[in-house]
Design a binder for this molecule. Structure first.
Ligand SMILES: [Zn+2]
Length: 211
């Protein structure tokens, strides 16, 4: 009997991201600011080690830049066999709206410790929430990424988020996130392979070759 093939991945969003989603006006406390990388991540590392799991950790580049202790923890996990992938540089919820120059800066592999994979922070365009835009695919190709893992077809998550967003609206608070179209929900939960990574000169990743 063969075992089912699964992959385990974690988005390492800082607590500050949740303040933005829930429209909290005060920022996280000094302790909470680094809690994900310094407190939650080592616990995850222990859990993964206990079960022999090699996970993919989607990291926010700016958080690593700001936190030497967090960087060390991530580097130790990379040495232990976990993949470090990109969750953008500053976790903008409107990533796909930023335009080519800013998108390219957000996913620049030099602004993080990732090498191959990308899971963009959620955008709000009808075809881009936890999805991928043609422009973003092209830029990922140009930057040598091997795969994209944006699609998040989780109906319970979508419904929970819709309820939270509706509650915030009723309370007159504006969330930093956006609820997109549910069109992505029927899609398969698997990464999107990109054309074979290759260094490019002047954008040599024709969109016709992109999935
Ligand atoms: Zn995130």
């Amino acid at each position: 009997m063969t075992s089912p093939l699964v992959s385990v991945s974690v988005d390492l969003d800082a607590v500050e991201c949740y303040h933005r989603i829930h429209a909290l006006t005060d920022g996280p406390s000094a302790e909470a600011r680094f809690a994900i990388l310094r407190r939650a991540l080592p616990r995850l590392g222990e859990l993964f080690a206990r079960h022999g799991i090699a996970a993919t950790l989607f990291t926010v580049g700016r958080d690593l830049e700001d936190d030497s202790e967090g960087r060390r923890i991530v580097a130790d996990l990379a040495k232990a066999g976990h993949e470090i992938a990109s969750h953008s540089y500053s976790h903008p919820y409107d990533l796909v709206r930023l335009g080519r120059v800013k998108i390219a800066a957000e996913i620049d592999p030099r602004r993080g410790r990732h090498r191959r994979g990308m899971r963009p922070s959620a955008g709000g365009l009808p075809r881009a929430r936890y999805e991928i835009s043609a422009e973003l695919i092209e830029i990922l190709c140009e930057r040598g990424y091997r795969y994209d893992s944006s699609a998040f077809p989780a109906i319970p998550y979508y419904l929970a988020k819709a309820a939270v967003m509706a509650g915030l609206r009723v309370a007159g608070r504006k969330s930093g996130s956006i609820l997109g179209s549910p069109w992505v929900l029927p899609r398969r939960a698997r990464p999107t392979g990109l054309p074979r990574a290759r260094p490019t000169v002047a954008g040599s990743c024709p969109s016709s070759k992109c999935p």
